[in-house]
Structure formats: structure tokens, C-alpha cells
Design a protein around this ligand. Sequence first.
Ligand code: GDP
Length: 209
Amino acid sequence: MSINFNKPEFIRSAADRSGFLRDGLPQFAFAGRSNVGKSSVINRLVSRKNLAYVGASPGKTTQINYFLIDKKAYLVDLPGYGYAKVSKSEKDRWGRLMESYFQEGVVGAITAGVLIVDIRHKPTKDDVVMHEWFRQTGCPEIIVANKLDKLKKSQVEPALALIRETLELDENDILVPFSAEKGTGKDELLGILNAAAAGELEPVDEPEE
Ligand code: GDP
């Protein structure tokens, strides 16, 4: 079963658990800090300019957006985090939404977590927290290192090594260098998502305490 990502359809936004979808279709949950290029990565995967809204203003985005892909799987766009100018109440709302999503919304429902980080920077504390949340669900996780086009070739390997080290990835963890701008990594990521939907990806081991 191959999923045609060029057939996306917006289904709904969920601002609390009453909006969470659990109908048994595979779900790919996308997370990343604000401005990392999450919308751009999603748009690149589905070959659209504006399915996910690029440059969405913070403060209007504390919701989870569900897109149905080819009627076979959901792409779940989790709200971005780490935007400095967001108010305390907005941050609290984000925290509550994520808590209910990770605690009850998705146990067993996430097929794969996609954590998008910026290849130019050491993953932030928030990135590490999100990474741990994905790990705790036990679902396979894919780390996408976006904005590859902004690095010189010689900078790429050291940058990937820093991401691996900060997120404590081992050789079995999946790290995909990506450029939403240029399309680099798109086919690789689509292949991995299809494998995940087919149940061919190993779930991650929880790190030992
Ligand atoms: P989001 O807040 O994570 O959804 O990020 P956006 O998709 O809105 O992107 C934030 C900014 O980064 C925009 O100006 C994008 O054009 C830019 N951007 C996103 N991905 C890339 C990339 O791979 N390369 C470059 N050079 N810019 C990117």
C-alpha cells in the first residue's frame, strides 16, 4: 500500500481532546519549534504551496491540524513551540494540549513521530522534551534536520553529529537531512513514512533510566 502524498485534504483542527481523531488509520505526527520550517516541510511532502500555513502567526496556532492523505493516513500537524514572544497563557495552553495529546490522545495511535529540527543548530531544550515525549509513546521516530541548503557541504556531517549527540540517537535512529526549500530528502522521508504505515519500522526502545 503506497500512500500518494499529493492527495492531501484538510480534515479538522483540534483545540482539545474532544477533537482528537482515532479511527484506526495510520497517523504521522509532525512537531518542531516555531520557524524551524515545519509548514514548509509538510507543504513540500504534499507538493502544495499552502496546505500548512507558512509563517503562521504565533498565538493563533495552539491547535492540532489533521490532514487526510490519499484517504489512507493522517498527517497530524502539532502546534509549534519555543516562540519567544508567546504569552504565558498561550504557552500554558500549548502545554495542556500536548499533555492531553501525548497522555491519552494517542497512546497506540501514532504510527510515526516526525521531529523537525534546524540542521544549523544544536537541538533546543524544547526539542529534547518533544523527542522524549515521542520516545515515551513507543512509536518509531524520524528526526528531520531541515534547512540543509543553508549549510556548506563540509558543515553537514558535524551538524548531524551534534544533533545525534544532543538527542542521544544511536545508529538505529533515523535522521534525515532535509531541505524544504530545495526538496532534498523528500523521497527518502516519503519512503520512511510509507514503511512506517506498513508497520515495517522498528519502534524505538525507551532509553534506560
Ligand atoms: P514553521 O513555523 O515551523 O511552520 O516554519 P515555516 O514553514 O513557516 O518556515 C519558517 C521560515 O523558514 C520561512 O521563511 C521559510 O521560507 C523558511 N524555511 C523553511 N524551510 C526552509 C529550508 O529548508 N531552507 C531554507 N533556506 N529556508 C526554509
